[in-house]
Design a protein around this ligand. Structure first.
Ligand code: FAD
Length: 334
């Protein structure tokens, strides 16, 4: 493998409701910095149906090139079809680095591509840089229970690949009118060659606020005692118009689904306000919420580690404090 043949930084672009997903915009911001350091171009790979218009957005957010696979076969995300498109693009244009959002689609696609190429993949990266002397991608992420940061290098294969969690990197301010080059790509794929069939798409009907987009999150821990006790979290979140988060122990107890888990093995969140009820503050939880704007903790143990990571701490029983809080807030907010 001649590394000289591999050039350029790529971002796999995800689409959401007809627009570029925010995680992809954030990755374009991170990718732009890497590309500038390497003195190369930044490209976005857009796969889907009727998605060419997304090129305009990615140029405004820093991309120089858009590789576009626009075909009805890509209407819905399927591992095989998207993987084949990305492998085709990679074989033709040989990128040095590919970044994906650590979303369910990004994680699925990146691992499939990594296996087929084959190359390395650093999952859930929180920092990205390139080593000046070698040009190697430095992909860092918390390791050993969040106690150290590990910087992972892919020395023997190309492209170097990483998934990055949403809200960790910053999108650049858009530059309206910034232009780039659209490269229309195609690949011969027949429906019968793809084993997965999308029979129906059932949209989530819940009106609840999504945890990764919420400005206010109320999160609950094992200290709430039971699934019934955990309803307190839902009540406060509803009063504030916020989303519900949870510690891993709560998810393991089956009080709420994994999608609500915050932390190292859950979601990373950066709301404006984060309220923790009955959460001890284990490092694996803290890494997922420490960048929140204002952190408020309610815990009956004055020695609980969460008090070292919060802006305001209330020592007391959540079952006494929260109902009073809800009552007062309901009056103010009604
Ligand atoms: P506990 O640690 O049991 O804390 C309960 C707290 O509630 C205590 O501080 C107690 O004082 C307080 N309390 C009790 N009663 C009340 C009351 N009436 N009012 C107010 N406070 C009360 N954890 C995560 O959260 N997210 C992760 O992504 C994650 N990933 C992990 C990955 C690995 C590899 C490992 C090893 C662990 C991971 N964990 C994760 C688990 C983590 O280490 C902790 O075990 C977990 O966060 C503890 O959850 P908790 O705070 O709800 O429970």
């Amino acid at each position: 493998m001649d590394f000289q043949d591999y050039q350029g930084v790529w971002v796999f672009i995800e689409e959401k409701d007809g627009a570029v997903a925010s995680v992809s915009l954030e990755l374009l911001g991170a990718g732009r910095k890497l590309a500038d350091k390497r003195g190369v171009e930044l490209a976005g790979v857009i796969i889907g149906e009727h998605i060419k218009h997304l090129s305009k957005t990615i140029f405004e957010y820093g991309a120089d090139i858009a590789y576009v696979y626009d075909d009805p076969i890509f209407k819905n995300y399927r591992t095989e079809s998207y993987m084949k498109a990305l492998l085709d693009c990679s074989a033709k244009h040989k990128p040095e680095i590919i970044l994906y959002g650590a979303t369910s689609t990004g994680k699925d696609l990146a691992s499939a591509v990594a296996t087929d190429l084959p190359t390395g993949l650093t999952a859930d990266t929180t920092e990205l840089d390139v080593e000046e002397a070698t040009g190697l991608l430095l992909a860092s992420r918390p390791a050993f229970g969040g106690n150290i940061m590990a910087t992972i290098l892919c020395k023997k294969y190309r492209p170097q690949m990483a998934t990055v969690r949403a809200k960790v990197m910053k999108a650049l301010p858009p530059e309206p009118g910034r232009e780039g080059r659209i490269v229309e790509e195609s690949i011969l794929l027949r429906e019968e060659d793809i084993r997965t069939k999308v029979l129906e798409i059932v949209k989530e009907t819940t009106k609840k606020v999504r945890i990764d987009e919420a400005d206010i999150i109320v999160a609950g821990g094992k200290g709430l005692g039971s699934a019934e006790g955990f309803q307190l979290v839902h009540q406060l979140a509803e009063t504030l118009g916020g989303a519900v988060g949870a510690s891993r122990d709560v998810v393991e107890a089956g009080w709420i689904e994994h999608a609500h888990q915050i932390g190292q093995t859950g979601v990373t969140v950066t709301p404006k306000i984060y309220i923790a009820l009955g959460i001890s503050g284990a490092i694996q939880h803290i890494v997922g919420m420490k960048n929140s704007g204002l952190i408020i903790a309610i815990n009956n143990d004055p020695e609980a580690p969460i008090f070292e990571s919060c802006h305001y701490g209330i020592v007391g029983d959540a079952f006494e404090i929260v109902p009073m809080l809800i009552e007062q807030l309901s009056e103010v907010m009604s």
